[in-house]
Design a protein around this ligand. Structure first.
Ligand code: AMP
Length: 320
């Protein structure tokens, strides 16, 4: 990656084995060091960096996992084309003062791979709609790998981006339901200067597609304006305005635009409380997601579209 400042402490320790990571983190905890954990699939951008910075601001030792999890990709999805950049990622991790990068080979996480694991974690309800309907099995793959990673890393605080709003809801729920000793922190969605939500998959867009993809953010902004300034409280009309903007761009194919309750992800008729407006679209072969949340009460509407640049440690994350 460009512009990575030199890091005085050098590169993070790279660990590939579960037993080695457990031993290392047990020893750290025995010295009263706290562990902040950031699970990722690599190809780092400012969104990932903001999570690392949040973790570093609150913990002695930051562990970043770097694992492109085959279980969360469907048979026709982009597992083979998913961007990979280990050297670049290690430079970024060093610049963000990450202590350990856990980069397991696939057989370490799934012995016997490609045979499917016999034990998986499935979450009902929360995964029926939004990306769950378009990507059957995706969230079971996410829930399974996250549960395994939490088990390996042990007691910690884990940092997730609000960019993947449904994933964050799923992870919060599985940590609560399975009594996992992990505190989940949701961090702001980070955008490029022109509004496109940062994503590792943006690397796979052509210049024309990259330009066209900004329509996703424009659609959300149009919806935000309708609610915050126009006083709209009808979820269907909000949904249609967002969807209509997205269909103006020839290179972008809308998969869904949905308006749901932010915690349960249940579809809404009337806008009230914490509302999630979530969008998925295909630009060529690249599938992009984006969202905003709107808090609506008698006083009015407060829109959260994330941040345009990675913020500093202060006020970066809201733990819930
Ligand atoms: P990934 O490597 O795409 O699986 O993402 C790893 C973590 O980074 C997840 O918690 C994502 O939600 C988070 N993340 C990815 N993109 C962004 C973004 N643009 N802003 C904030 N967090 C992000």
């Amino acid at each position: 990656m460009d512009h990575v400042p030199p890091h005085p402490a050098g590169r993070p320790l790279v660990i590939e084995r579960v037993a080695e990571l457990r031993a290392h983190l047990d020893a750290a905890r025995a010295q009263a060091r706290t562990v902040g954990f950031v699970p990722t699939m690599g190809a780092f951008h400012e969104g990932h960096r903001s999570l690392m910075r949040a973790a570093r601001g609150q913990h002695d030792l930051v562990v970043v996992s770097l694992f492109v999890n085959p279980l969360q990709f469907g048979p026709t999805e982009d597992l083979a084309r998913y961007p990979r950049d280990l050297e670049g990622d290690l430079a970024v991790a060093a610049a963000e003062d990450v202590g350990v990068v856990f980069a397991p080979p696939v057989e370490e996480m799934y012995p016997g791979f490609p045979a499917p694991p016999l034990t998986t974690v499935a979450i009902a309800g929360l995964t029926d709609g939004l990306c769950g309907s378009a990507r059957p099995g995706h969230f079971d793959g996410v829930a399974t790998v996250v549960t395994k990673l939490f088990s390996v890393v042990g007691p910690s605080t884990a940092y997730f981006g609000k960019k993947d709003a449904q994933q964050l809801a799923v992870v919060r729920r599985l940590a609560a339901d399975l009594c996992l000793p992990v505190k989940i922190v949701g961090c702001p969605l980070v955008r490029e200067a022109d509004g496109l939500a940062m994503s590792s998959r943006n690397r796979n867009l052509s210049p024309a597609q990259r330009e066209a993809a900004t329509v996703i953010h424009r659609g959300l902004r149009a919806g935000a304006e309708l609610v915050a300034e126009g006083g709209e409280r009808d979820a269907g009309r909000l949904r249609r305005v967002v969807a209509n903007v997205l269909t103006t761009e020839e290179l972008v194919r809308l998969e869904y635009a949905e308006v749901v309750a932010a915690d349960t992800l249940a579809p809404l008729d009337v806008l009230d409380g914490d509302v999630l407006v979530a969008v998925a679209a295909r630009v060529g072969d690249v599938r992009l997601i984006d969202n905003m949340t709107i808090h609506i009460d008698a006083e009015g509407a407060v829109v959260d579209l994330g941040v345009a640049v990675a913020p500093t440690e202060e006020g970066l994350c809201a733990a819930r």
